[in-house]
Each structure stands twice: as C-alpha cells, then as structure tokens.
Ligand binder design. Structure first.
Ligand code: BDP
Length: 691
C-alpha cells in the first residue's frame, strides 16, 4: 500500500449484501455522446465498477434494464421529462443529476448534465457513493459548484524545486515536456476532477519570467492538453518585469505603450497555442517582486494592463493582495490599507486574490478584513494546503476546520450572516466572477503529499471549493471512507484523530491568538526572533510580551487594526471582554493576571493551552494505536512514526514558548502540568531543521 491512488482506490465492496445489491442493479452501462471528457468518464466508470464490484461490467449501446446511463441532456430526447429538464436548468454548466429512472419498462440509474464535464463530475460522485457503500435503490442526487474558479496554485519552480513544498520535487517535469506526458499528470487531473477542481496555476508566484518564453509555452500547452479532458484549465504566474527580463524592453512600466503591446502580443501568442488558457496570477510589489509601483503606478494600473491583454481571449488576472512593506507599525494592516481604496477600480476580468487571514497562513488568524470591504471587486480566497506554518508534511493537521472557520466567519459587511463564503460566492454583492485558490501540497512523493493525511487537505480543499458551505467534519468522513474503508470502529477513530488535529496544532504553536512565533524555516518555534516577522525598524515582536502581559494591542487605542472590520465586529474585537478568546492576544495586550473564561489567569491559561496541544497529540497517537489491526501495515507504521515526530515537536513548541514567555511573566508553570525537560538556552540552540 503506497498511497498513490489517493481517495480513488475503488476497493472491492466488503459488505456482501451491498455487493450483491449493487451487482443486481448495475449490470451494464451505456454512454451517449463522444468527447475526450466522455472517454475519461467512461474509463473511470469502467475501471471503478470492475474494481468495486469485483467483475467486469459490459458496455452496451442501448439502454437496458438495470444499467447505468451516462448522457448529456441534449442526448436524452424523450427520456428526459419536464421535471428533469427544469432541474437541470438550475445546475449550470458543471452541475449534474444522478437518479434512478423507471421508463419504457426498464429501471436504470441515470447520470446526466448540461455538459460533458458535468457528466464526468457526476460519474466521480456516483463512484464515491458506491465506495461508501450507500444504498443506490432510490438515488436522487443533484449538485453543482457554488464557485466558478476552483484552482490549485503550485509554488513550483522550473528547476523542479517547490517553494514551501514538503512532498518532494515538482510533479511537473519541465525537462521532459512537451515530449513526455507521464501517467502522473493524468492521475493528477483525475484526482482534481474527482473533487471538482477546475484550474491549476502551474508555477510559483515568485515567478521565473522564463515561463512565458516560447520554449516553456509549448510545455504549458502539453500540460493543458493533458488536463483538458478533465475540465482543468491551466494558468501561469507571471513576473511583472517579464518585458525586460525576456522581452528586451528597457522598462515594464504599465503606462508605456511598448510594454502594453508586449503583453498583448504575449497573450495572443499564448492563446494561439492554448485557446482555453485560463490567465495570469500575479505577485507584484511584494517581498521583492517587481510591480507597477516600481514606476510610480498603482496596483490597479498594473492589473488592468494585463487584464486588457487577456480580455479578448476571455482570460483572467488574479492579482494577489499579499503585500506588505513593513512601513506601518502593524504589518497586518498593510494589505487592507493598500487595497481597500482600489474597490471597484479593477477591470472586470481581474480578481483580487486574498489570503484567508491578514498575516500569512498562520495556524489561526481572523479572516482578512478585505472580505468585508470590497463589494465592487471579485475576491478570490487563497488558502494554503501545504503546511508551511503547520508542521510541514510531518504533522497530521486536517485543515478542513481552518477552511470552515474562515468561510463561516461573519464579515457583517451587509449585516449579520454575510459570511466570507457568501462574499466569495457573490451572494453579498453580486459578482461576475467567483473563485478560490489553494496553494498545493503536492509533490513527486509516491503518495503525492508525503504525509498520508495531507491528502485529506487536498481533498477537503476541492470539496469545500465546490461547496463552501460544506462542514469540515462531513468532508473528512468522506475522505476517511474513501481512503481507509468502511469499518465503523476505524472511521470513528479517524474522525476523532482528524477533527481534533488542527486545534491541537493551534494550541501547541500559538494559542489564544498568538501568531508568527516560528523560526526562519517556519517549522520550529523561535518567539525570541526579531528579524523578519517584526515590523522593520522597530525590532518588536508580534507577541509583544513584556513584564505586564502579552499580546498585540490592535484596538482603537493601539494600532487600530480593528477599524478594518465592519461596525459590529470592530466593537466586538475592540473590547477585551467581548473579543473571542481565540483572538484575545491577536487584538489585545492582556495582563498576565487577566482572568480568562476558564477562571484561570492568562499566564496559567497559556500554560494549559500549550500543554493541551501536546496532550491532544498524545491522544491522537493512542487512538491511532488502537486502529492497528484495521489499517494496512505500511500506512499504519508510516503514520505512527510521523505522530512520534509530531509529539516531539509539539513538546519543543510548548516548552520553548512557555520558557521564553516565562522570562516576562516571571510566574511558575502550574505544578500539575509537565515541566520542560531543558532550559531556554537548549531550545534556542536547537538547529533549524528541514527545508
Ligand atoms: C509566504 C511564504 C513565501 C511566499 C509568500 C507568498 O513564506 O514563500 O512566497 O507567502 O504568498 O507564506 O507570496
């Protein structure tokens, strides 16, 4: 068992009764229509069925009794009644229906949609239903994606390295493209399509300009061709200085006619090769990347110039809002301050791509305030699947709860209930474009993500992109079944392990709203660090611990970052008594003896939270141990060893942070808690490990 198959295992149905019911109802299958996408669906269904049912199921031309019929509406003719037609009209281009039909004296299971890609999505869903051993006697499933653009963002470089990648090298083998289309590309596309992902940005946001050279564009085309049957469009990240770096121009000033012309011609060249090319992702004037501000122009000037070049081809620009120059005393304010004034000023094919929180993919952040403040601009939510700040591919951290927490955060932009999910769905203010992006955690590791459970984060991203209202607990249950099978005891155990994993990480890394406590590798703790995370010039920390207390005062009396949130929320965050405790030290500098909701002093509460993080990891280890006989030995041992590492690291996080904060609090760690095994100097001297 090497994990390569991801959640598309199609293991033989274990329950004998279910198996024979399935075999009775699924005796043959029929496809109507032909296209590369229909072929992909057919192959999937054929392989999936024979594997799940343990025997080959024949394909027939005509509809027969007890069969599966996969057909677009346009081919159904009289087989589609009024009701079905009306239902399909609601589901858009990518939606589908799976339904048992009785007609013409025959019973069959119909998978239908308005387009071929809808059929592929319906086929994947049907196979998922079978794999979870659900009754198919009275099937009536209809579904459609709530967001139009559901993209992975690869931070992969042309040399095969991956920025913040922890699962090996890039899966894109630029050296052997366009000649070699490896099986992995197809399986990558299958996996993405199975959860509804419909686009991929192939390269790092810190973009190598060469991606736009003719040499690379034919490689991009080869990938686009390989992914197209699966409904996946390709996009690239572009370097704003490309006109200089590869175009031999003297400037990249967006107001310069020669620069505009260069981008127009470049777009034309790309679309000649790839007619359905998706567009550009851009990191500009951020962390040393070039951008329009280098020429005294604005972000909108830069984005709109690219948008104009792409517009005739229906391409889009995803302009990233992750910018900070450490100009302000409080870095978290900067992205909002920069972009809030641009509301409504971007061209209609530009997304502003905004990270879930205002700093940078920390274990926990409040939602980015731009989500409540840009009613005239389509916002693309960016989350990170690769666990840059969550233990790389060593720690088991299921991110579904993090996604859900952000998506279900109420922005109060237009009164109560205007959640981030509704904002990005265009339900708060209507938007012509909607979308979400996830920074991929995929590499060339045999099992794709190195940690077997990191596959769940890819899966959850896809499912929650398809429907941002899904619950993380339901999504992980699906993944657990598809990845480990249907044993009830096993599933209960997996559910417990996964659902507590994110909160565990928050506790041992940064409880109560603490943030940015990591070392330069982003793997281990270094709350004493004063270089990069601190606003430059001040050499101040993000936690602001001192003799009096700890936490960053972002109230009206402090940096006033609270004012970036809508009225009701601003008030709530601003008042230490109404601020949610999970964000206490994000918004407030609280005294060491401040009474928390548990009745403990802040210092004691901090000690308890850090300890709880470690104890939960131990509980996860113990639970995993009880599942030994229910999991194959390969995955069991791999996960067991990874959990052992995670426990060690959690202890390091807890002890390093508590010992360091203790130098300010001057209070004892409560005697009933485990005491650190070493002194602070030991932790400070620990080598920065990995990557
Ligand atoms: C940070 C990463 C850095 C990325 C940057 C970004 O540390 O490697 O380039 O985000 O999103 O989290 O641009």
């Amino acid at each position: 068992e090497d994990g390569y198959k991801l959640w598309l295992r199609y293991d033989r149905i274990q329950n004998k009764k279910t198996l024979s019911l399935y075999q009775d109802q699924l005796k043959q299958y029929t496809f109507m229509g032909s296209s590369a996408t229909i072929n992909a669906a057919k192959t999937e269904l054929r392989n999936g069925l024979s594997s799940l049912l343990g025997k080959k199921i024949p394909e027939t031309d005509a509809i027969k009794n007890n069969s599966i019929v996969v057909a677009p509406l346009s081919r159904l003719g009289a087989n589609a009644d009024k009701e079905l037609r009306a239902q399909l009209r609601q589901l858009g281009k990518e939606g589908f229906i799976i339904k048992n039909i009785t007609g013409g004296g025959k019973n069959y299971t119909l998978i239908t949609a308005n387009s071929d890609i809808g059929l592929l999505y319906g086929t994947f869903r049907f196979l998922q239903i079978l794999a979870s051993e659900t009754s198919i006697a009275r099937l009536s499933v209809s579904d459609f994606p709530r967001l139009q653009n559901r993209l992975l963002n690869h931070w992969d470089n042309p040399d095969g390295s991956i920025e913040r990648g922890y699962a090996g090298r890039s899966i894109f083998e630029w050296n052997t493209l366009p000649g070699k289309i490896s099986r992995r590309y197809i399986d990558y596309a299958r996996a993405n399509a199975s959860v509804g992902i419909n686009g991929t940005v192939l390269n790092n946001v810190n973009a190598n300009p060469n991606i736009l050279t003719p040499e690379y564009l034919v490689k991009v085309k080869a990938l686009a061709d390989a992914f197209r049957p699966y409904g996946i469009k390709v996009y690239v990240s572009v370097n704003f200085a490309a006109p200089i770096r590869i175009g031999k121009l003297a400037t990249a000033d967006p107001a310069d006619p020669a620069v505009k012309q260069w981008w127009k011609k470049k777009a034309d060249e790309i679309y000649q090769l790839i007619p359905d090319f998706g567009g550009f992702c851009v990191k500009a004037n951020s962390e040393g990347q070039p951008g329009p501000q280098d020429y005294g122009r604005s972000h909108t000037d830069g984005a709109n110039m690219l948008a104009e070049a792409l517009a005739p081809h229906r391409g889009i620009v995803m302009w990233r809002a992750f910018v900070y120059k450490n100009r302000e005393q409080d870095r978290i304010r900067e992205s909002y301050d920069e972009f809030h004034p641009t509301n409504g000023k971007f061209a209609s094919n530009v997304f502003l791509q905004v990270k879930n929180g205002p700093i940078d993919f920390q274990p926990r952040e409040p939602f980015h305030p731009l989500f409540g403040a840009m009613d005239k601009t389509p916002l693309m939510l960016e989350v990170q699947l690769t666990q840059e700040y969550l233990g790389f591919s060593t720690h088991l951290v299921y991110l579904g709860p993090l996604f859900e927490e952000c998506l279900q955060s109420d922005t109060y932009a237009k009164g109560q209930g205007t959640t981030v999910a509704k904002v990005i769905e265009g339900k708060v203010s209507p938007q012509k474009m909607t979308g979400i992006a996830g920074v991929a955690n995929i590499g060339d590791a045999r099992n794709w993500t190195a940690h077997p459970f990191a596959q769940a984060n890819w899966y959850a991203f896809g499912r929650m992109s398809w429907n941002p209202e899904l619950k993380a607990s339901g999504v992980i249950r699906e993944w657990n079944i598809l990845t480990f099978g249907n044993n009830k005891v096993l599933l209960d155990g997996l559910q417990q392990i996964t659902m507590q994993s994110r909160e565990a990480a928050v506790n041992y890394m940064g409880p109560l709203g603490l943030t940015m406590l990591m070392d330069i590798s982003h793997y281990r703790p270094a709350p004493w660090r004063r270089d990069k995370p601190a606003p430059t010039g001040t050499r101040e920390s993000f936690h602001r611990a001192d003799e009096k207390g700890i936490g960053f005062d972002r109230t009206a009396a402090g940096s006033d970052a609270v004012s970036q949130y809508a009225g009701a929320l601003k008030e709530r965050f601003n008042d230490i008594h109404t601020c949610p405790e999970k964000f206490l030290l994000w918004f407030h500098h609280a005294d060491w003896d401040y009474k928390t909701s548990s009745g403990k002093t802040l210092w004691n509460e901090l000690c308890y939270r850090y300890s709880a993080g470690v104890y939960t990891v131990r509980a996860m280890q113990n639970k995993w141990e009880t599942l030994k006989t229910l999991v194959d030995p390969e995955r069991f041992t791999l996960v067991k060893n990874l959990l052992t590492e995670q426990e060690k690291e959690a202890v390091i996080w807890r002890d390093a942070c508590l010992l360091y904060f203790q130098t300010f609090s001057k209070r004892p760690i409560p005697a009933e808690l485990e005491a650190p095994a070493h002194d602070l100097e030991y932790y400070k001297a620990l080598k920065v490990s990995m990557n």
